[in-house]
Every structure is written in C-alpha cells, then in structure tokens.
Write a protein that binds this ligand. Structure first.
Ligand code: FES
Length: 123
C-alpha cells in the first residue's frame, strides 16, 4: 500500500456529550487540517477519525490485533493499514480486511451539522 498521508497523534481536548449523546468535535478544518485522519480521545475512548472527501468515518483507534493506533497508520482510499503489523481495516465499516487483523473494529456514527462534525460513541 502506498502512503497517502502520514498521520497524527491523539489530542488532549475534552469533548462534551450533548443531551442527545452526540459529541461536537469541531469543523473539518479544525479536526483534520491538511490531514486525512487523526486520533482523538472521547471520555477515555480512543477514536480514529478518517476523512474521504466529505465522508467522515469514526472507528475505535486501537487495532483489534494489538496496541497500535490505526490513525497512526497509512490511509488510502477506504483502507487504513495498521502501523505495527500492516493489518488492513475498512474505515467505512471497521471490517477486518487483511491479516493479522481478524476481528472487526468498532465503528461509530458521525454526522455534520452547521459545519461541525459530531461523533456518537457506540456502547
Ligand atoms: S497491532 Fe495492528 S496489525 Fe498488529
């Protein structure tokens, strides 16, 4: 896989849960800048955010195979390659695509409202 954008590190912001369960994350410029993905922490849950054009996908950031952060991997198309052992995950669904990743990654809902990205963390 060819690298498109080498990613990030988790930020230290605190995100507040709205009454409806959604967390306001920020505008796409604030969240991504020139990057295609990044890691954030929502109430202790590491979340990887992946941008494909206007599509924003949110997954658990910790690889199901080990302790690596998917948002530190190489991201191209709809696939992110884990930086530790090169397993592949589909960011649209969290589906495991290639060994050694064999378990799917939890996927979280996202939405845009008034140019703000919101994430709802799945229980
Ligand atoms: S930790 Fe991700 S493939 Fe091993």
């Amino acid at each position: 896989m060819n690298a498109v954008i080498q990613i990030n590190s988790a930020d230290a912001r605190e995100y507040v849960r709205g009454d409806d369960g959604w967390f306001a994350i920020g505008s796409l410029d604030e969240v991504f800048g020139a990057r295609a993905c990044r890691g954030i922490d929502i109430e202790g849950v590491k979340i990887g955010l992946f941008r494909v054009g206007d599509e924003i996908h949110a997954l658990d950031d910790i690889c199901t195979h080990g302790a690596a952060l998917l948002s530190d991997g190489e991201f191209e198309g709809h696939e992110v390659e884990c930086p530790l052992h090169a397993g592949l995950v589909d960011v649209r669904t969290g589906r495991a695509l290639a060994a050694p990743v064999s378990r799917d990654t939890r996927h979280h809902e996202t939405k845009m409202e008034a140019d703000v990205l919101f994430v709802r963390v799945q229980a």
